[in-house]
Design a protein around this ligand. Structure first.
Ligand SMILES: C[S@@+](CC[C@H](N)C(=O)[O-])C[C@H]1O[C@@H](n2cnc3c(N)ncnc32)[C@H](O)[C@@H]1O
Length: 662
């Protein structure tokens, strides 16, 4: 095991704080402790004392960097504590994962770890073994109370790690809800090193919000943190639920050690266990009561996920009937594993990067929430909010209650961390809408392209809908037929005639809704390939084309620039039609007649499906709020809205559109 000197120091400090009191000490952690003891700079002095040297902060960081970069400094080697990322290591696999080890027979819960309750394996750690009990070293006096070189100055944080008040000071800080060991780990490893293993610890306000949500939801018999890190979640949960068992899964032995130390220092060792194991292959035995899954799954991109785990994802997803993608990042694996581990009555809150809401591979998580995980709410932190100091991604907190079949999931855009509260609120978006949507973030409100000064609860219309000008025919007197002023009856098959809005006044006179196409003119839209027509249809079409060609229709500018010249190519009907050029405000009309439109109107096409009621509200809002002065005003008071300008109109966020009273 190659770890930096500073990591040894931290391991040593964790040991002194009682890490070994928390059951489950793994061989990797033992190795680390043994190495830490060997590396202690002077006899009798715990290596953890090195952490008090302020200048060492940088020096140790350099050491850590060098160690991670490898002997040639080229970098790229995975740190030794990174997940082996191969199924079949560690604990027996859930549900018969291929290559999994057989379940260790008869071992106590989370074991393979016989004989814990705190003491190191006899003879296992000679350097430490004479030490009384665990928790373990006699409390040192002074600066970790050792003889040796003159005492160095202390790190400013926490009065120095093991500083003025020594271990007692650290314990006090931990009992007050601080995480000095996690912070130390973040100092001695560079952000790049930690990012490779998805090691970003969760700020206290986020932890508190998630715990508060859970407290309103259930009284857990057990709290499981998948990827426990320094045990921030477990410590907070332990404070909230004094009777709950606390279980952490963690692949990094050093993180596991400091997580143990934190729980021991917080007085929770007796009901906690930390397992150095991959969460996906962990076994969680049944407990009498609900389990709360609480944590921040590692954010590791799919490139770093080993092929056997991708196979695991595919096979497991198939078993659960949800879609899988080889592009899924590690956090998607963790959602899937949670669906495997959980039983009805459990609950969970996980904070992750928010991208799964919108990207293709996220359909796995979305399907889990609409299915076995029982999604309850998703709280998306505004992209501008940097929740995690060293990670740039937008964050989302997802709350779920496995076994429930919700009719709606609450979606909420949260402008700042202080607005998280107890994760209440948000708009219940019907599962029918969520199922049909390929992106969920727009449904949460807020904007992925936030506009300065955009009031809360409003988004640009372009977030919800593409705005398209209607088709240009090239010669309305040729391609528009029927009604007053239309061209001559063409004698064409009816299926090539499309009722269309061809005059702005048809929309102005429609009121709220264009209910029927009766009275509209029709646009002739012929197929490109005439060979496929029946002989009879072909004759009709040929006769028509010969007629209009003779009238010059093939020579118009537009006809010369399209192929074939006769193909008008009308767009599909838009659910909302808008006028865009008049001496008055535009109107927005619900198009229940499924009419097409030519270039006297714009069509509003939702980017994601919106239910009819939401479309009604959107059209009504636009009708009542948009004024002529928001467009470009031309001479004579003509107000014009180009599609891009219309897309910048502000409208209520989807959350409001989906729920506002009609
Ligand atoms: C984002 S951190 C969260 C730590 C802690 N729960 C918190 O929120 O402060 C994720 C942790 O998961 C660990 N991890 C990475 N891959 C893992 C795996 N396959 N199984 C279990 N833990 C893993 C990382 O070492 C890291 O400590």
């Amino acid at each position: 095991m190659t770890t930096s000197a500073t990591e040894h120091d931290l391991a040593d400090l964790a040991f002194r704080l009682g890490a070994a009191q928390v059951p489950g000490l793994s061989p990797a952690e033992r190795d680390l402790l043994a190495a830490a003891a060997v590396a202690a700079p002077w006899p009798g002095r715990g290596a953890g004392a090195g952490l008090v040297v302020p200048s060492a902060n940088k020096a140790y960081r350099d050491l850590a960097t060098t160690a991670a970069a490898g002997p040639d400094g080229a970098g790229g080697a995975a740190p030794p504590w990174m997940p082996a990322d191969r199924p079949g290591r560690g604990l027996a696999e859930p549900g018969g994962l291929p290559g999994g080890l057989p379940e260790p027979g008869g071992l106590p819960e989370y074991s393979g770890l016989a004989g814990h309750g705190g003491l190191p394996e006899p003879g296992g750690l000679p350097e430490y073994s004479g030490l009384a009990g665990h928790g373990g070293l006699p409390e040192p006096t002074g600066l970790l109370g050792h003889s040796g070189p003159p005492e160095p100055a202390r790190l400013p944080e926490h009065g120095g790690l093991g500083g003025a008040d020594g271990l007692a000071g650290l314990r006090k800080a931990i009992r007050a809800g601080e995480d000095p060991l996690g912070e130390a780990l973040c100092q001695i490893r560079t952000p790049q090193e930690r990012r490779r293993a998805g090691q970003t610890f969760t700020p206290a306000p986020v932890v508190e919000s998630m715990v508060s949500w859970a407290a309103r939801t259930l009284a857990p018999a057990r709290v499981v943190d998948p990827g426990a890190g320094s045990a921030r979640f477990l410590a907070a949960a332990g404070r909230r639920w004094p009777g709950a068992r606390l279980v952490g899964l963690e692949t990094d032995p050093l993180a596991a050690l400091i997580g143990r130390a934190t729980l021991a220092a917080a007085g929770m060792a007796g009901r906690a266990v930390i397992e150095v194991a991959d969460y996906r292959s962990a076994r969680l035995p049944p407990v009498p009561g609900p389990t709360l899954f609480l944590g921040n799954p590692p954010y590791v991109r799919h490139h770093q996920v080993a092929a056997p785990w991708k196979d695991w994802l595919r096979d497991t997803a198939a078993r659960l009937g949800v879609p899988a993608s080889g592009l899924a990042g590690l956090h998607a694996h963790f959602f899937l594993a949670t669906a495997l581990h959980a039983v009805p009555g459990d609950a969970g809150a996980l904070v992750t990067a928010a991208e799964w809401l919108d990207v293709n591979y996220g359909s796995l998580i979305r399907a889990l929430l609409l299915g076995p995980l029982g999604g309850e709410s998703v709280h998306v932190l505004d992209p501008a909010v940097a929740v995690f100091p060293d990670a740039a991604a937008t964050s989302a907190i997802t709350c779920f209650r496995p076994g429930t079949r919700p009719r709606a999931i609450r979606l909420r855009q949260v402008p700042r961390v202080t607005g998280l509260g107890a994760l209440a609120g948000g708009t219940p978006v019907p599962v029918t809408v969520l199922r049909a949507a390929s992106r969920w973030r727009p449904l949460a409100g807020g904007s992925s392209r936030p506009r300065r000064g955009c009031p809360e609860g409003m988004v640009e219309l372009g977030e919800l809908c593409r705005v398209h000008r209607g088709q240009v025919t090239g010669a309305n007197n040729v391609w528009i037929t029927g009604g007053n002023g239309g061209g001559p009856a063409p004698g064409l098959p009816a299926r090539f005639l499309f009722p269309a809005v061809t005059r702005a006044r048809e929309l102005f006179s429609a009121g709220d809704t264009l209910a029927t196409s009766a009275g509209l003119r029709q646009v002739i839209d012929l197929p490109a390939d005439l060979e496929v027509l029946s002989a009879g249809e072909r004759r009709q079409v040929n006769a028509f084309l010969a007629h209009v060609r003779a009238a010059g229709a093939a020579e118009s500018y537009v006809a010369r620039h399209r192929s074939p010249w006769w193909r008008v190519r009308m767009a599909e009907p838009a659910p909302i039609l808008a006028t865009y050029m008049a001496r008055r405000a535009p109107t927005f009309v619900r198009n229940l007649a499924a009419a097409r439109h030519v270039n006297i109107a714009h069509g509003l096409y939702p980017r994601e499906p919106l239910p009819p009621a939401a479309l009604d509200r959107l059209a009504a809002y636009l009708r009542s709020s948009v004024t002529a002065s928001q467009g470009r005003i031309y001479a004579g008071g003509l107000a014009k809205f180009e599609p891009g300008e219309m897309e910048r109109l502000l409208v209520p966020a989807p959350a409001l559109l989906l729920t506002a009273p009609p």
